[in-house]
Write a protein that binds this ligand. Structure first.
Ligand SMILES: Cc1cc2nc3c(=O)[nH]c(=O)nc-3n(C[C@H](O)[C@H](O)[C@H](O)COP(=O)(O)OP(=O)(O)OC[C@H]3O[C@@H](n4cnc5c(N)ncnc54)[C@H](O)[C@@H]3O)c2cc1C
Length: 458
């Protein structure tokens, strides 16, 4: 384990005389290739203690819905069985009403030698961990399991993917986490504290009864098992990815982003799979051309997003966009728009653009949009909104409300890309100024999407 991945968030003492090691799983909700779990298990070995895993789900976080709860709860069921087989106690707890989870972490931490958690740079997760650290009277370590490049590795911000890609060989972590750290492990027995059993029992919960948005679940199952199944299917069709991925009709991308987002699937597991089925000469990973094209998305683009979120304060705000982009968009604020749509019209896929509506419908039903159309989807909202900052916040709302992979560093970087982040100035156009434009007509000419549009048009 690269020590740079471990951040001591609370310097309170480690209490070797207490009952167990506590792993507070908040980002990497998986048992395989998980650096935080490696650290927790190392503490267990060194202290001769068992492991308690707290996997709690609040009802009051922004955009909480039955769609996301269902996916996360399916993931909890998978890890529960695997932890139990290793002798660990996995406490999967769903908060029934806002505020009822208050005190649960402290109650578990009061009997813990040390608390280990995931270091996740986005959404409310890091703030939540920092707030917990101020209260706990036990050492709290946050472990970065986000990707192959440790979050702390680049000491400067990368403003273009090309520079991050070039620097990758020097930034990549040589060591990965254990592929399956629970394999063959038998931990010392451990019990939950009685007050936790009594006040926060892990009883089955139906998300239909929770005070959250009742947005319907997506036709995918959450959890490690489904993630590994989807990965295996994708590995079978990896060759030709770089061409097939462009065309909505071919649907040639991996579809792995939901499981990556919820931490059900580790990027190291994906890399191992690619190396075994598609070895080749392309560096730095030693894989085939198609596998390298895929890793360019998974590592260069995904981890660039994580690094921006980690290093740039306000990465999720319009004000964090490059100055040239904000200036040119402001200069064109008074340009006439082809149409102006409000948030409800957009959310209902009721614009006059059939391509955009198709993408929005796929988002509503499946919780995803084909990547090519996701870029178009974002750019069009900029064309149809009075001001660029307003368009930015509408896209954040639509993406994070509906997308199963939303509320991710990639959410904000994908949206920000539509407004010029990681890009350069282009010849000036109405409304967009020097920000790159995309139109439905030009996209229709370049990619195959007739079947896609038919499928997503009522
Ligand atoms: C407006 C907009 C919003 C977006 N919102 C999200 C989001 O909420 N969550 C999300 O995960 N991605 C988002 N993206 C990035 C990208 O569209 C998705 O990651 C990709 O379509 C997911 O499908 P896939 O897993 O089949 O991708 P694949 O092509 O199979 O790629 C593999 C993995 O690489 C990463 N990746 C692929 N493309 C990108 C990219 N452009 N930027 C960063 N990482 C990438 C993802 O983790 C993806 O799962 C957004 C892009 C745009 C333009």
């Amino acid at each position: 384990m690269n020590a740079a991945r471990v951040r001591v968030v609370s310097q309170a003492p480690l209490h070797a005389d207490r009952d167990y090691v506590l792993y507070w799983s908040v980002g990497a909700r998986r048992t395989r290739a998980n650096p935080a779990l490696d650290v927790a298990l190392r503490h267990c070995r060194e202290l001769g203690k068992g492991l308690v895993v707290l996997d709690a789900l609040r009802v009051d976080h922004p955009w909480a819905s039955r769609r996301f709860h269902t996916f996360i709860m399916e993931g909890m069921a998978d890890v529960h069985a695997r932890y139990a087989a290793a002798g660990a106690v996995h406490h999967g707890w769903i908060e029934p009403l806002p505020g009822q989870g208050r005190g649960l972490l402290s109650a578990l931490a009061a009997r813990a030698c040390v608390v280990v958690t995931d270091d996740t740079p986005t959404f409310f997760l890091r703030r939540m961990v920092e707030a917990a650290a101020r209260k706990l009277e036990v050492r709290l370590e946050a472990v970065d399991g986000c990707g192959l490049v440790p979050l702390s590795s680049p000491t400067r911000e990368y403003l273009r993917a090309v520079d991050f890609r070039r620097a990758l060989p020097t930034l990549l972590d040589g060591e990965g986490p254990a592929a399956d750290p629970l394999d063959g492990v038998r931990l010392p027995p451990v019990r939950l504290p009685a007050d936790v059993e009594r006040r926060w029992p892990a009883t089955p919960v139906d998300p239909r009864g929770l005070p959250i948005s009742q947005l319907a679940p997506v036709p995918l199952r959450g959890g490690e098992a489904s993630a590994l199944g989807a990965l295996a299917q994708f590995l079978d069709r990896i060759e030709g990815y770089e061409e097939r991925r462009r065309h909505p009709d071919d649907d040639g991308s991996s579809g792995l982003s939901p499981w990556l987002h919820f931490g059900h699937l580790s990027p190291w597991t994906v890399l191992d799979g690619l190396r075994s089925v598609a070895p080749g000469p392309t560096q730095p990973f030693g894989v085939s051309k198609s596998a390298a094209a895929f890793l360019d998305e998974l590592v260069t683009w995904r981890e660039l997003s994580f690094h921006t979120a980690h290093i740039r304060p306000g990465y999720d705000q319009y004000s964090s966009l490059p100055k040239w982009a904000r200036t040119t968009l402001a200069d064109h604020e008074c340009d006439p728009r082809e149409a102006i749509y409000d948030l409800d019209t957009l959310a209902a896929a009721a614009t006059a653009d059939p391509v955009w509506n198709a993408a929005q419908r796929q988002l509503m039903v499946e919780g995803r949009i084909h990547n090519t159309l996701r870029m178009l989807w974002g750019k069009r909202v900029l064309a149809w909104t009075k001001t660029a900052p307003e368009a930015f916040s509408r896209l954040v709302e639509l993406n994070n409300r509906f997308a199963i992979d939303g509320r991710d560093p990639n959410s904000w970087s994908g949206i920000a890309w539509c407004f010029g982040r990681y890009d350069r100035p282009w010849p000036s156009r109405p409304v967009f100024g020097a920000v790159r434009t995309m139109t439905s007509n030009s996209t229709s000419r370049k990619v195959r999407m007739n079947s896609y549009i038919k499928r997503w048009t009522p």
